[in-house]
Design a protein around this ligand. Structure first.
Ligand SMILES: C=C(O[C@@H]1C=C(C(=O)O)C=C[C@H]1O)C(=O)O
Length: 363
């Protein structure tokens, strides 16, 4: 091929790309209006408009049909965004999260719901529960545990006061940056952040800023917002917070342990149906006698139900009494989980089903 021929072929291919793009756009518009019609019909039937299981099935099918030809992670991201956006043709979901803007909870909410939702930042975990229970938002996103720091007790404790269910799970890798207005270490007179973030960067701070005082604030994003107006302060926060509040990085990835992940729960009024890869969360208390906890646990063991977490929390109304929070594989509608919960209900003084939901993906 000579230069002229190459240029002609290039032109031809670009025209072909333009035609393909137009087809993609036509398909997107068609999909959007079909989803809108589905929404009308579902409303007429009186069924829930959002159907997370159907969305999962749609994406799974696309990935299967692709047979690895189009880069898989990108295809998934594209279709997640398409589905999330089409959903807005039915109704814009209101989602409360632990704010302000750019917290890791915000990242988790974006990962679960996509860009096309109405995200409403809240000042505390309790506010997220409050907004969701009152129906002012349809869903809430709250942190539940961190792979290094452990449980977020405010979240677990809130379940005893609010009648909400877990309806989804999201994992977000946590990496912290040290941010201020200039990016210069010499300007830092105080380091502020959420207690978990400070704890996760303890060694780095001791080594690199030994004489600088630290102060706990309500969230990493709040810290970043503060640093944006106070030049003497540096915040430990995410790269999303750096972008949102126009801050410079003094140092990046300052966490003491890499591979740090936070698990979030999406809370709402109802848990979704089984998908085949679900988790169930329970909260229970038992009588103070030998073997009571063993009996509960053996009920799971004899049915080969895998436990992914068990944690005790003090029962607030009685000293030295405890509640247990337990996560196991499977859905409450799966026969063996159902039987197990029925059996342990006879042993427990109190038992609450917190929800069954599709297991989140850890990458
Ligand atoms: C179109 C539907 O409604 C919503 C949108 C979906 C989509 O865009 O594919 C899937 C499930 C629902 O959350 C449906 O229920 O099929």
């Amino acid at each position: 091929m000579d230069k002229k021929e190459i240029e002609a072929r290039l032109k031809e291919l670009r025209q072909e790309i333009d035609r393909v793009d137009r087809t993609i756009l036509d398909c997107l518009k068609r999909r959007y209006s079909i989803v809108k019609e589905v929404g009308h019909l579902k409303r007429k039937l009186g069924v829930e408009v959002l159907d997370l299981n159907r969305e999962r099935a749609v994406i799974k099918k696309i990935l299967e049909e692709n047979q690895g030809i189009f880069p898989e992670n990108s295809l998934k991201a594209i279709f997640l965004e398409i589905v999330h956006t089409c959903r807005t043709a039915q109704e814009l979901q209101k989602v409360a999260y632990l704010g302000p803007e750019a917290t890791f909870s915000h990242m988790a909410a974006l990962k679960f719901f996509g860009q096309a939702a109405n995200f409403l930042p809240q000042e505390s975990v309790l506010d997220v529960f409050e907004e969701t229970e009152s129906g002012r938002t349809k869903f809430g996103v709250v942190p539940v545990e961190n792979s290094i720091e452990g449980t977020v007790s405010a979240t677990l404790d809130a379940f005893s006061d609010y009648k909400l269910k877990v309806c989804g799970e999201v994992f977000i890798p946590v990496s912290h940056d040290l941010l201020n207005q200039t990016g210069r270490k010499e300007d830092i007179k105080k380091v502020i952040s959420h207690p978990h973030a400070l704890a996760q960067c303890r060694k780095w701070l001791r080594k690199n800023l030994p004489s600088v005082p630290v102060e706990e604030v309500s969230s990493t994003a709040f810290a970043a917002r503060w640093a944006a107006v106070d030049p003497s302060v540096a915040a430990i926060a995410s790269s999303l917070a750096a972008r949102t509040y126009h801050l410079q990085a003094v140092a990046t990835s300052i966490e003491d342990f890499h591979g740090n992940v936070t698990r979030f729960w999406v809370i709402g009024k109802e848990s979704p149906g089984p998908t085949g890869k679900d988790k169930t969360s329970l909260f229970f208390s038992i009588s103070d006698r030998p073997g009571a906890l063993f009996e509960v646990l053996s009920s799971f063991a004899k049915r080969q139900i895998n436990l992914s977490k068990i944690e005790s929390r003090p029962a607030k109304n009685e000293p030295w009494h405890y509640f247990f929070f337990l996560d196991c594989d499977g859905h409450i509608k799966d026969q063996k989980v159902k039987e197990c919960v029925e059996e342990i209900s006879k042993i427990c003084v109190r038992i609450e089903w917190l929800g069954s939901y599709p297991a989140g993906e850890e990458n």
